[in-house]
Design a binder for this molecule. Structure first.
Ligand code: FE2
Length: 279
């Protein structure tokens, strides 16, 4: 449960850092399951690369279908000019997404429970709905940059309620590409919206407010087991990982069922696969 001070801080700054939220054994179980998924993944089924810097080029059927699957995506720099992997498959995957929290028992157990529900309530999510899960590898050497963005771009609702639950599965440092954010930046406007019409997706500009620069951005260096919870309007980014150490993280994107989830959001759920909360 969050204290009054933590709740006030979240409202003021747009994020909370909660060290020691997950135990080492919980992290080990999730990491082992993710590695098994990568082991089982056949690279020939898709060479989809994920980069938020050039969404349009990389969007394809595999990406759209991953809304309700557990799909592996390669790092942008995973392949050489001849289309061959530069390093082992296990060191080439950018992420797994986007429905493991509902499809896989190990991921579901990590993604749910009374403690998470209490945090959700504390930051104002009375009726939390978990739309997306991502296991992010941030591989050593080739882990790509994720440029400045707001997660509400991808999970619009009226009013905006999307909240990100970001779990450090390894220590996140300046060297291996920790999160950077702008304290209080969630008080600003939504800059872009990612909309889907059928199988066509595009990013629409909404507001020309500049992204933060290095004078106002702050790094969130956190230890494994830390939960960072942040507002969907909070600008954040992470630098490339040029270090020899990976930076595994796991994220959930959650809205409040009391708000109207946009029918143009790229992830939709039908009655056959309903969106669920933390308990
Ligand atoms: Fe994000």
């Amino acid at each position: 449960m969050l204290s009054q001070e933590q709740m006030a801080r979240y409202q003021r700054e747009g994020f909370l850092v909660l060290p020691g939220f997950k135990r080492a054994d919980e992290i080990a179980a999730l990491r082992a399951r993710a590695m098994q998924m990568v082991h089982d993944f056949d690279p020939q089924t898709s060479k989809t690369i994920f980069t938020t810097n050039d969404q349009v080029r990389t969007i394809d059927r595999y990406f759209l279908d991953s809304a309700t699957k557990s799909s592996c995506f390669f790092e942008e720099e995973a392949f050489d000019a001849d289309g061959n992997l530069r390093q082992a498959k296990e060191l080439s995957i950018n992420k797994i997404g986007h429905a493991m929290h509902d499809l896989d028992p190990v991921f579901s157990a990590f993604s749910r429970g009374a403690a998470l529900d209490a945090v959700a309530k504390g930051v104002g999510l009375e009726q939390p709905q978990i739309w997306q899960s991502m296991y992010i590898f941030k591989q050593p050497g080739i882990g790509g940059e994720v440029g400045w963005h707001q997660d509400a771009t991808f999970f619009d609702s009226t009013p905006i309620s999307v909240t990100t639950f970001w779990f450090a599965l390894e220590d996140a440092t300046l060297q291996n590409g920790c999160l950077w954010t702008q304290v209080g930046g969630h008080h600003g406007p939504l800059r872009e919206r990612f909309v889907r019409h059928g199988d066509v997706v595009r990013k629409e500009p909404l507001d020309a407010t500049a992204w933060p620069d290095s004078s106002t951005a702050v790094p969130l260096e956190v230890q494994a087991g830390t939960l960072v919870v942040f507002h969907g309007l909070l600008p954040h980014y992470s630098a490339p990982n040029r270090s020899p150490i990976s930076r595994h993280a796991y994220t959930l994107h959650v809205t409040d069922a009391r708000t109207a989830y946009a029918p143009t959001n790229w992830i939709q759920r039908g009655a056959d696969f309903p969106v669920r909360g933390f308990v």
